[in-house]
Design a protein around this ligand. Structure first.
Ligand code: WT7
Length: 648
């Protein structure tokens, strides 16, 4: 990567020390880094003791057949027992586990004792429906407590769950059910989206025409809408689960027993079923949640706004927080239903202290205006998290000021479906944070940046992010396809895990993520990351959000094309466009000036909030738009095209 392109983010000189009070009582202090680097495996063995094992492991890591890792292999543990029963046994049964907030304002308060009963009933129901240890269960649910209960019920009996995001189509569901060979599907009649009931069950009915291996469908009644039932196959949750005994004795499963499969949509080809197992996964999910969010389970109210269909929901709604005995908020709906202050109303209502959300949401809130969060009391907040993509420094600073009241540390957490848990992040009581940087690998984690020849780059340079040592919550393989596991992650650099992200190290050795390596543009021989140009644009007061792509260009190889959403108050005209180009030129250097800037109202995003640059590249290169089926809103591309001037 060229030095020009690296220089600019390094110009970000704002620094924020951890708040003194938080630092003084932080769960994890700077010593952890030293302790972990002295003896990494001893460090993880100690973290494993955060959990209750039915058979304590004596082995930590078996790396005799790399890259196929076994962690804590001779231990046995029940994940659901750790997330639920042990808190009740410790006398914490009355603690609220889940404050559920439906989109329409209906609420449920679920204590750990309630959760234990409900998970036990659901586990008994699964057994009655013929699901046994080692079987796969597909879960296709809205953001309701039954989603958490279903996952834990599977974990309890040793069935491997495969959660499929509720926004996915029948096709996507069918291919995932087939690949995992699921025996049972858990779904709902529907969920509430944008003020309306939105059906889920029809997608399952359509998918199951192609999935003969599915024996039963367990259906939660959420919206009450009319729902077709297939006799002998479909059963209602309230008919089958509610009548079960609330007693179920959890057995310890092998530490390497498959806990879940979660599909990640590779940019091409069929989705990869990322396999996570039991003991190592829970160890790292629990430790990182404790360390990165500084969770104090007696007093904190935690809220992760992700959907359970993504890994963030798995590790930081279900497994990490519940293993740690947290009290958390789960919200069913969208951030602008019924009004754009809904998130802040929820923070105020429940006194949320720790908020974990995504840059795309933060930029949307910026676009909606500072006055909206200002109407609510957000003074309960003490730690803010970000995940999903690089966070632009301006969005980071906005989050700190307008949500965090200038007092909350921001933890920018880098990780992936494949890593299972957070890998690179500040620690809120330790790290002096830098807007836009995930900073350094957590204690016990080894990450670095290498060049094309696998040489570690010096501080101040960029290249590819790699992980250099196995970690407890690492994926174990791609379900049913060991070769794809080897090819995708372990063949680019010998003995190192290739994350697929560009990154650079600043002069302090802190890591700045630059986006997926396929999001790097090559303009006149200079590598310029889309993230950097986007950050430069977003730092202009008129810009709310932007997406940048490299379009094939006869003279420069690629030319930079920027799609820009203006803030509410900015006036769109040619002077502003010229000003934006110059602003990028001033910030990043003339080479990074976009050749074209297109003002739009929307950007195409996947349901997990990632901008689909591939589609914007189609627009920028005047091509027919490619496959839009994974867009959150497939009509966005039509809107964008309708807004554009006719192609030059
Ligand atoms: C990719 C993984 C991790 C859970 C949600 C996404 C990007 C994620 C950050 C961050 C910069 C980030 C990377 C990564 N990413 N967090 N804090 N800074 N980039 O999981 O869908 O598996 O995506 O998201 O590009 O490789 P995922």
């Amino acid at each position: 990567m060229s030095n020009e392109s690296l220089a600019n983010l390094l110009k970000e000189e704002r620094r924020f020390a951890p708040p003194a009070a938080l630092a003084a009582s932080a769960n994890v202090t700077a010593d952890a880094y030293g302790q972990a680097s002295e003896d990494r495996l001893a460090f993880w063995a100690e973290q494993a003791r955060r959990l209750s094992w039915s058979v304590e492991p004596t082995e930590t890591l078996d790396w005799s057949n790399p890259p196929f890792a076994k962690w804590f292999a001779d231990g046995r543990i029940n994940v659901a027992y750790n997330c639920v029963d042990r808190h009740v046994e410790a006398g914490l049964g009355d603690r609220v586990a889940i404050h559920f907030e439906g989109e329409g304002g209906d609420t449920r308060t679920i204590t750990y004792a309630d959760l234990k009963d409900e998970v036990s009933r659901a586990a008994n129901a699964l057994l009655e429906l013929g699901v046994h240890k080692g079987d796969r269960v597909a879960i296709y649910l809205p953001m309701i407590p039954e989603a958490v209960v279903s996952m834990l019920a599977c974990a309890r009996i040793g069935a491997t769950h495969s959660v499929v995001f509720g926004g996915f189509s029948a096709d996507a569901v069918a291919s995932r059910i087939q690949d995992a060979d699921a025996k049972l599907v858990i779904t709902a009649d529907g969920g509430h989206r944008r003020g309306k009931p939105s059906a889920l069950k029809p997608a399952i009915d359509e998918a199951l025409d192609r999935c003969p291996g599915v024996e039963h469908v367990l259906v939660v009644r959420r919206t009450g809408q009319d729902t077709a039932f297939t006799e002998g196959r479909d059963v209602w949750w309230h008919d089958v689960v509610d009548r079960q005994s609330a007693e179920h004795t959890p057995e310890g499963h092998e530490a390497e027993h498959p806990l879940f499969i979660l599909y990640t949509s590779g940019t091409t080809g069929k989705p990869k079923g990322i396999l996570h197992t039991t003991g190592g996964y829970l160890t790292q999910a629990s430790y990182t949640h404790h360390a990165v969010f500084d969770l104090k389970p007696e007093t904190d109210v935690y809220w992760c706004t992700a959907d359970i269909g993504w890994v963030t929901g798995h590790s930081y709604i279900v497994y990490g927080p519940l293993a740690n005995g947290a009290t958390q908020v789960i919200y069913e709906g969208t951030p602008d239903t019924p009004h754009q202050g809904r998130f802040w109303e929820i923070v105020q209502k429940y006194g949320v202290t720790i908020l974990y959300t995504a840059p795309t949401a933060i930029r949307t809130f910026m676009k909606w205006g500072d006055d909206i969060p200002a109407k609510f009391d957000l003074s309960s907040l003490r730690v803010l998290g970000s995940v999903g993509e690089p966070i632009n420094p301006e969005a980071w600073v906005w989050y700190r000021e307008h949500i965090g009241g200038g007092r909350c540390p921001i933890v920018d957490t880098w990780w992936q479906t494949e890593t299972g848990a957070i890998m690179i992040s500040p620690l809120p009581g330790v790290t002096e944070t830098k807007p836009g940087s995930a900073q350094r690998a957590l204690p016990g984690i080894a990450a670095t940046v290498v060049d094309d020849e696998a040489r570690e780059v010096p501080d101040g340079s960029g290249g590819y992010l790699v992980l250099t040592e196995p970690w407890p919550s690492m994926l174990r393989t791609v379900w049913g396809d060991d070769q794809r596991y080897l090819d995708t992650y372990w063949s680019r650099f010998e003995g190192r895990y290739f994350a697929g992200d560009g990154a650079k190290k600043d002069e302090d050795g802190d890591i700045w993520l630059l986006g997926r390596v396929d999001d790097v543009m090559l303009v006149s021989g200079h590598n310029i990351s889309t993230t950097e140009v986007e950050s430069a644009l977003v730092s202009h007061p008129a810009v709310a959000e932007s997406a940048v792509v490299g379009a094939t260009d006869a003279t420069t190889g690629q030319a930079i094309v920027a799609f820009v959403i203006l803030r509410g108050t900015a006036e769109a005209n040619d002077d502003l466009v010229a000003d934006l180009r110059n602003h990028v030129g001033r910030t990043l250097g003339p080479i990074a000036k976009p050749k074209r800037i297109l003002l739009v109202n929307e950007l195409p995003k996947t349901r997990s909030g990632k901008i689909m640059r591939r589609l914007l590249r189609d627009v920028a290169e005047n091509r027919e738009i490619g496959d839009v089926t994974t867009l959150a809103d497939s009509s966005v591309m039509n809107l964008i095209q309708a807004q554009l001037p006719t192609a030059p």
